[in-house]
Design a protein around this ligand. Structure first.
Ligand code: ATP
Ligand code: MG
Length: 407
């Protein structure tokens, strides 16, 4: 039995990056031998085990063959005869298809090291096309390593284009797609993920609502970059620069979908795009079964981002409605995330990246004012049930009027 480090751990060590999780491949062993050594089997499909102590993943060397559509359509063959080279050739990218023994001797039959030096994301073999998830993985790695100068090799991009056109992307489960999308959005250059998906035609299949924003103009006075797609990319970049959480990044990606529905004769204005976009945001949310907090924030940011920008001009009653919609009394964190998304939207515009956003503190102050009203005196006055609710609202409105005058 011979054991090698593979995949990301080898790649990241050679890149001088910190290695977080280590994947291992085991050559020349049977399932029975692994179990006898105390490894715990995981997953019904693959011969993969967890180390009894470290908990790291050990996979028996295997070959794969495509036997149908989607990810389920694979047959695996694992046996002690499968060689390291045979295992490595089924992997996605050459830089992910290197192995290392305990002496740090490198096995690199597909020239991953050469591609690391050339900063190229290149597929290992034509079998790349057998799993459509690889389109998303490559786009994610492009986002992760963009700062190091990595690009997708032209022949790999071509394969990704063919895969996108073939209809195979539709066979991906929401869960597998979301895992890649969410990880990609959390990279330092999440906009590169969207750019690469767009370049190979996958964006049109996965998120046609986002794809449709490219080529749609906005008013130059507010949007010097003009193109709505370019705007979305900069908003994502700002969100990453400001280390925003996934909820905020997801909301940033989807906030302007309504602009893709504006009839051309109304360009570059987008009247009521906030409201019109909601059904599209809902559709994308549901397509990928995004987690509840991501779904919620995307819908709220979609509907109210313009309110955020106009915060200082809002009437106290409108401000109150905004705070009520967010339930800032019980969900203060969600309102903070809304403010963050608005700020990223304001900064994600050409030449305006460094602008100040006084709306943020103004909104925080408004939330504090509305939250600070005392309920006890109202109870003492005898208010109950719906009347108490109305009385609280009146007090909050008073507090917001006072707040607006004082600021
Ligand atoms: P990360 O740093 O994101 O964990 P990684 O390269 O280790 O990157 P994993 O998803 O942990 O990625 O997978 C480990 C290895 O398994 C990869 O490096 C690659 O060789 C292979 N691999 C994983 N998923 C696929 C896939 N869908 N198609 C082909 N090879 C894959
Ligand atoms: Mg890994």
């Amino acid at each position: 039995m011979r054991i090698y480090k593979v995949g990301g751990a080898v790649r990241d060590r050679l890149l001088g990056k910190p290695v977080t999780d280590i994947d291992w491949v085991v050559v020349g062993a049977t399932t029975e031998e692994m179990l006898a050594k105390g490894f715990r089997p995981v997953g019904a499909d693959f011969p993969v085990f967890l180390h009894p102590k470290s908990g790291e993943e050990y996979a028996l060397a295997r070959t794969e063959r495509k036997s149908g559509r989607g990810y389920g359509g694979f047959t695996f063959h694992a046996s002690p005869e499968v060689t390291l080279e045979e295992d490595l050739i089924r992997r996605d990218l050459t830089i992910n298809a290197m192995a290392e023994d305990d002496q740090q001797n490198l096995t690199d039959p597909y020239h991953g090291q050469r591609d690391l030096e050339a900063r190229l994301l290149r597929h290992v073999s034509p079998a790349f096309a057998e799993d459509p998830l690889r389109v998303l993985r490559v786009a994610r790695f492009a986002a992760r390593y963009a700062a190091l100068g990595f690009t997708v090799a032209p022949e790999t991009l071509e394969l990704m284009r063919q895969l996108s056109e073939s209809g195979e992307l539709e066979a991906l489960t929401p869960e597998r797609s979301w895992k890649e999308i969410s990880r990609a959005l959390m990279e330092d250059q999440p906009q590169v993920f969207i750019e690469v998906l767009r370049a190979c035609g996958a964006l049109k299949v996965l998120m046609p609502e986002v794809d449709a924003l490219f080529g749609v103009p906005q008013p130059p006075a507010h949007h010097p970059e003009i193109d709505t797609g370019a705007h979305i990319l900069s908003v994502l970049q700002q969100a990453a620069l400001h280390k925003q959480p996934l909820t905020v990044r997801w909301a940033c990606l989807l906030h302007d979908l309504g602009k893709g529905l504006t009839p051309e004769e109304e360009w570059p204005r987008h009247i009521a795009h906030e409201f019109k976009g909601l059904k599209l945001i809902k559709a994308v949310n549901e397509r990928f079964k995004a987690p509840r907090d991501c779904q919620e924030l995307a819908m709220l940011v979609g509907e109210y981002h313009t309110h955020g920008h106009r915060a200082l001009e809002l009437k106290p009653s409108t401000l109150l409605e905004l705070l009520q919609s967010f339930d800032v009394y019980r969900r203060p964190q969600r309102f903070e995330e809304f403010i963050a998304a608005c700020e990223m939207d304001a900064r994600g515009r050409e030449g305006l990246e460094q602008r100040s956003y006084p709306q943020a503190d103004y909104l925080r102050g408004a939330a504090t004012a509305a939250r600070s009203i005392a309920v006890q005196p109202l109870l003492e006055k005898g208010f109950k049930g719906p009347e108490l609710g109305e009385a609280i609202k009146r007090e909050r409105l008073k507090a917001l009027k006072a707040y607006k005058e004082q600021v």
